[in-house]
Ligand binder design. Sequence first.
Ligand SMILES: [Cu+2]
Length: 311
Amino acid sequence: MRRSESCGYRVEGTPTLRGYGRLVARAITMGAFVAIVAGGIAPAHAASKTFKLSVEGKDVPVGAGLKFRAWTYDGEVPGPVLRARQGDMIHIHLTNQTTEAHGIDVQAAQIAPKHFVGDPMKPVDYTFPAEVPGVFSYHCAANPILQHIALGMYGMMIVEPKGGWADGPAQDVEIVQSEVYGLPNARHVIMSNQSKVVAAQPDFLLFNGGINKYDLDHPIQIKVGKLVRVFFLNAGPSLTAAFHVSGVIFSTIYQGGNPADAMHGLSTVEVPPSSGAIFEFRVTQPGDYQFTDSNRAHEYKGAMGIFRAVP
Ligand SMILES: [Cu+2]
């Protein structure tokens, strides 16, 4: 964390899925109110946060030696995770490096949708208060939305509840599930296949932009006895996910990631497209715990990974 040129703080490069190299959003906290507390200065909660994103066309690696010809937020699929706290004032600023119209619909926003899309080459700018906690999708709002999401224009926004999570500290894991339509060409590049997109028949399912990304050689490490909190987004665009961890019954599930919508003691929970959830669990024994989309055809196409529990 370093001081920005203004009176706020610039937060960037916070690791998500610690050790897995992904970046959390670049959030520029502008003019954050600060409070003097014993022992130093701490940021208070009601902050103003600006998320600056850029639309870029790029061939992104999706694992297995393949690339996907994508439209991206900040050159990544999924786009960066945007993190805020309930009560924050959120400012979205999107610049467009392509010649097509794009936009960004942050589903945590309760404002007129006309703000979500802009003219080609013109920035999209809007502000909203993050009033409802949860795990939200953000995605391109240009028509056809189906095509823009299928080409990679999506990401996760987490709005933490004002008072924090009821079950306290945990290991945070962020998982974005999504679909890729099309098979690789001779140069190992996947070009999105529009007829498959329209038929909702993907060739690959991804967790955090990779096919079988968290396999036996690249598991997500967790600790026996320690609470794990999975922030899950099903970016779609079209299939329903059924999130499950083998050998686990979730202690708490927040539908939409909202603590007001809690469920308990379930092994598998559906998450609709462009929707999020939070799954909390602990394991009591060391070992490998497979996490999947329990729609087995989705698992077969890449929606699977491993939590490796260590003592
Ligand atoms: Cu777009």
